[in-house]
Write a protein that binds this ligand. Structure first.
Ligand SMILES: [Zn+2]
Ligand SMILES: [Zn+2]
Length: 165
């Protein structure tokens, strides 16, 4: 019945949102502000807009060091109602405990929206830096920090030649 826009401004401390990836962690508060709007004459579609900022940390895919990702994400998303569609009298928009309730018994968790936006903003390959040198296969040193000087054995072509005989 009540059609309106709700505004939100929230801060989530690390741990409040589960990212479901053991290599990933939230390194500072996640701040978000935005609005959710029930679109008129849309059959109950809602539009969620906003901006979030957070510092994420992930294990570097190459050297396992910590790679930092300060993220600033703007989002503008449309959510369709559940398949059956709303009955008019059920339509309402409110924000309670991070849940955008727009139908009775149906809701959209703001945390889910934020998790998805953060995961989308992170690169597929997470590396601590473009030219990460990785870990020395001989001594295990992190070659970004240590010049261990190990020599990687070149494949020995003589044996390869023998095998071909
Ligand atoms: Zn690295
Ligand atoms: Zn080494």
């Amino acid at each position: 019945m009540e059609l309106r826009t709700v505004r939100f401004e929230r801060t989530y401390p690390p741990g409040a949102i589960q990212f479901l990836d053991p290599k990933l962690r939230q390194a500072g508060p996640l701040a978000v502000q935005g609005s959710a709007e029930l679109l008129p004459n849309s059959g109950g579609e809602i539009r969620v807009r906003g901006r979030l900022s957070v510092r994420m940390e992930a294990e570097c895919d190459v050297c396992l060091d910590i790679a930092a990702y300060p993220l600033e994400v703007e989002f503008d998303l449309f959510y369709q109602p559940a398949a059956a569609g709303p009955r008019k009298e059920e339509v309402a928009l409110r924000l309670e405990d991070s849940e955008l309730d727009f139908y009775e018994g149906e809701g959209l968790e703001l945390e889910d929206v934020l998790r998805e936006q953060v995961l989308l903003a992170l690169p597929m390959h997470r590396v601590c830096r473009e030219d990460c040198q990785g870990i020395c296969p001989v001594c295990g040193a992190n070659r970004n920090r240590v010049q261990c000087g190990c020599r990687q054995k070149a494949p020995d072509d003589r044996w390869a030649a023998l095998r071909e005989l």
